[in-house]
Each structure stands twice: as structure tokens, then as C-alpha cells.
Ligand binder design. Structure first.
Ligand code: PLP
Length: 470
């Protein structure tokens, strides 16, 4: 492709993108592709000679697009959203165009300084203590790994590789409801997954602080070293909220690193009325949240706030000759703030989003999403064949179909069939979870451009799909 074709094709592509967003509701939300269907339509070997972009794009439209699930559809209510928005897409386009690798300040000063600015903007908005700092990482999984590695290093005085600490005696704590990225991080830490203690939860699936303290005391008695606790502000299944204040007291008492996984629900901290969710935050050591989930910013974009940045840098710092610069110590070299060396310019799209929406624009959209979830809850409550499985938090509603006299197994099967039927319509996409052993439908109302009528129509689809099943 030469310069002239790039200009022509890029212009056409921008029109295609705008049309795509305008017509996104015409596509099935969940791809209806069968396994192997995409692969079977593509040549098994790469082209020997280059092909015109028009040909490639035709294949994109005809073969690739049907295999895409439309996460940007306002009828996408599955998992957690992986949001985008118009300003975010423009930011991504520029990031790709610049193609800057922002590992240290000198490799793109603007990227480092914009990242610092974003953290400074978000901290007071989200009720994060002023003395904390932070950076932008790729995913919550990576940030949580960084937190737990820092916890391990701090607890062993950064001597773990030198003095032969017994890693098998280090203990971490979370609940059975916390995300699998905690289990993965503990695997990578090399402390043995048996050293991740799953603490008991209450009827709203939040950690019971007394159970945490009991587990810690028992471990200390048995010669273990409590090292890190991960509390969730919004678990993946039901958005359960762990009590940070009480957990923070326990962690402070035992000098344990407290990491808060607020991957999805953290965005709600942009609303002052939800600052109570992190009451006691000053007792924690770090918090992660994903603007790429609910803050209208393309994947990947993760904010990692940390109280003691020295502990983080001391954990990750490596200084090969080729990365030594004259500005070292005077600027922020974010390569030392996490696992990867190379870094994308992620701050740009988030800066575009915040400037385009404005803080009030973001806040009003979040409040709308929460109000739609409240509406859905009233509908479910009033329906004879549906019930809420647990109190809802923010904009995640967990519910299931019920039929009098059905056994637990029959109800599980009914709800599994219901979700399959809903997703086969292509009109909406929901996923499930298990709550206290029960198969549960889970509807997340957080896609950037979702409106009340989308929630109403999905509710109609759900009821319509149930009818032939009962
Ligand atoms: N934490 C929670 C509560 C999540 O729900 C998820 C993903 O859904 C993650 C962490 C992992 O997020 P990421 O894909 O950014 O690693």
C-alpha cells in the first residue's frame, strides 16, 4: 500500500466505521458462527504476492464480520462490557497512527505526562487519597499481579531472591467470589495455589471480616506469613462489595498489603454518592479499575492506583544500559511500574473521552445506566415467572425464571435453555453465573450508548423466549 492508497482507503474506512455504528443493531449481538466456520472460508496458506486492500476488505466484511460478537451493541448485556465511544475510537486511531512505544519518558514525553495528568484528574474525582499515585496498565489481571508481587516483595523485604525465604509459607486471602485473575497471580507468584485462602462470605457474597481475621490468626499460629488480601469492589458474578473499612483494619494490624479489585464497579467512584463503597480506602495499598469496562474507553485501559510507589518500583526496577537516560529520577519512567517494558499510549483515548464527555457527561450516563437497572428490577419483582436471586448492585441484575414445583435441577436446566434461546435470537446477549449454586441469568446494563428502550426490548425478548419453555 502506498501513501495515496492509504489516504483513499482510510477515508473509505472512516465512512464504513460511522455506518457500522449507525447500523450496529442490525447485526446479531452474539456471533452466530459455528466452530471452524471462519477458518474453513480462508486459504490455508498466506498470499505469495500482495493483494489490493479492496479484496482484503471484502473478505473482512463477508467472512470476518459474521464471526464478531458485537460488544458495542446497546443490546450487549453479557459479561462486563468492553466499552468504546466515539472519542475513544478517535484516540485509538491516533495512537495507532503515532505508533509510539512509551516505555520511558524519553520515548514520548507527552505520553508519560498525559498519563500523570489523567491519574491526577481521577484521584480526587474517585475519592482516592491525595498522597497515592498511579499509572495506566493494560489489564486488571496485570495490575493485580503487580500488586501481589509488590506485597510479596515488601513482606520479604525485597530479599526473596537472595535469602531463600520459604515462599510456600506466604499466604494470600480473598473470597470464593473474587475474580480468577487473583488465582492466576498467585500461581505466577510461585507461592502455591494452596496458599490462596478463600474466606467465607455473607448472604450478599461479601467477605466476612471476622472470618478473614480468624483465617489470618490460624495461619500465623501454624507458621504461615500473611502477605496480601484482595478485596473486591464489585465481584464478577454479582457485583458483591467487600467491606474495605473493616478489612483495612485487619490488614493494618497484621501489616498485610490490601489490594482492591474494582475492575468494573470502580467507575462508579466517579459518582460522589458511591464514594462510600471505598470507605476506609486510606487503609488499603492499591486499587485497580478498568476504564475499558464501564468508562467508555476502548480495551485495553486499566488504572492502577498505589499508595507507596517506591514499593512498586523497587519490585519491578531493572536498569539495562540501553535504558539509562539523563532524565532518570527527574521524570516518571513508567516501565518500572509494572510487568511489561513496552507500553502503548493509552492515556490519549482516555483523555479524549474525559474531555469529550466532561465529568458531568460521564456521571449522567452512569446514573442513567443505574436507573435502567433499577427499572428492570421492578419488572422482575412484579413478574410471576421471574425472581431476583440476590440484591442488585449498581447496574448488574442477577435473576432467574421460576416455575412452582420445579426441582432445583429442573430450574437450572430451564434457565440454561432460556439463555441459549435469548442469545440465539441475536437481539440481545446475556451470560450466566452461579449464585449459591443456582444457575442465574445476569444482565449488565452498561454499554456506552444503551438507552431505556434497549433494556425494555431485551426484557420483552427474555419473556418471549421463556413462553415456549414452560
Ligand atoms: N477483576 C474483576 C472483578 C473482573 O470482573 C475481571 C474481568 O472481568 C478482571 C478482574 C480481569 O480483567 P482484565 O481482563 O482487565 O484482566
Amino acid at each position: 500500500m502506498d501513501k495515496k492508497s492509504f489516504r483513499e482507503e482510510a477515508h473509505k474506512l472512516v465512512d464504513w466505521m460511522a455506518d457500522f455504528y449507525e447500523n450496529i443493531e442490525d447485526y446479531p449481538v452474539k456471533s452466530q458462527s459455528k466452530p471452524g466456520e471462519i477458518l474453513s472460508q480462508l486459504p490455508a496458506t498466506p498470499p505469495t504476492k500482495g493483494e489490493p486492500f479492496g479484496e482484503v476488505f471484502k473478505d473482512f466484511e463477508n467472512i470476518i464480520l459474521p464471526g464478531i460478537t458485537h460488544w458495542q451493541s446497546p443490546n450487549f448485556h453479557a459479561y462486563f462490557p468492553s466499552n468504546s465511544s466515539y472519542p475513544s475510537v478517535l484516540g485509538e486511531m491516533l495512537t495507532s497512527t503515532l505508533g509510539a512505544q512509551c516505555m520511558i519518558w524519553e520515548t514520548s514525553p507527552a505520553a508519560a505526562e498525559l498519563e500523570e495528568l489523567i491519574i491526577n484528574w481521577l484521584k480526587p474525582l474517585m475519592h482516592i487519597p491525595d498522597q497515592w499515585t498511579g499509572c495506566i496498565q493494560d489489564t486488571a489481571s496485570t495490575a493485580t499481579l503487580a500488586a501481589l508481587l509488590s506485597a510479596r516483595e515488601r513482606k520479604t523485604n525485597w530479599a526473596i531472591n537472595h535469602k531463600g525465604f520459604d515462599k510456600q509459607k506466604l499466604r494470600f486471602y480473598c473470597s470464593s467470589e473474587t475474580h480468577s485473575s487473583i488465582d492466576k497471580a498467585v500461581k505466577i507468584l510461585g507461592v502455591g495455589t494452596e496458599n490462596l485462602v478463600k474466606v467465607a462470605v455473607d448472604d450478599q457474597l461479601a467477605i466476612i471480616p471476622e472470618a478473614l481475621e480468624e483465617a489470618i490468626n490460624k495461619d500465623i499460629k501454624n507458621g504461615y506469613t500473611p502477605c496480601g488480601v484482595v478485596a473486591a469492589i464489585g465481584t464478577t458474578g454479582t457485583l458483591a462489595i467487600d467491606p474495605i473499612d473493616a478489612i483495612g483494619d485487619i490488614c493494618a494490624k497484621h501489616k498485610i498489603w490490601l489490594h482492591i479489585d474494582a475492575a468494573y464497579a470502580g467507575t462508579a467512584l466517579l459518582l460522589p454518592e458511591y464514594h462510600t463503597l471505598i470507605k476506609g480506602i486510606e487503609k488499603a495499598d492499591s486499587l485497580v479499575f478498568n476504564p475499558h469496562k464501564w468508562m467508555f474507553t476502548n480495551f485495553d485501559c486499566t488504572i492502577y492506583f498505589v499508595k507507596n510507589v517506591d514499593a512498586l518500583i523497587k519490585t519491578f526496577e531493572i536498569l539495562p544500559e540501553y535504558l539509562k537516560t539523563n532524565t532518570r529520577g527527574k521524570v516518571k519512567d513508567f516501565r518500572d511500574w509494572g510487568v511489561p517494558l513496552g507500553r502503548r499510549f493509552r492515556a490519549l483515548k482516555l483523555w479524549f473521552v474525559i474531555r469529550d464527555f466532561g465529568v458531568e457527561g460521564i456521571q449522567s450516563r452512569l446514573r442513567e445506566h443505574i436507573s435502567y437497572a433499577n427499572w428492570l428490577v421492578t419488572q422482575i419483582d412484579a413478574h410471576e415467572h421471574f425472581e431476583l436471586v440476590i440484591d442488585h448492585t449498581l447496574n448488574v441484575v442477577c435473576f432467574r425464571a421460576i416455575i412452582a414445583n420445579y426441582s432445583a435441577d429442573q430450574l437450572d436446566r430451564l434457565n440454561a435453555d432460556l439463555i441459549t434461546a435469548i442469545n440465539a435470537t441475536g437481539d440481545a446477549y446475556l451470560t450466566h453465573t452461579k449464585v449459591k449454586g443456582q444457575y442465574t441469568l445476569r444482565m449488565v446494563i452498561g454499554q456506552t450508548y444503551v438507552q431505556k428502550h434497549h433494556v425494555e426490548s431485551t426484557w420483552q425478548v427474555i419473556q418471549k423466549c421463556l413462553k415456549p419453555l414452560i
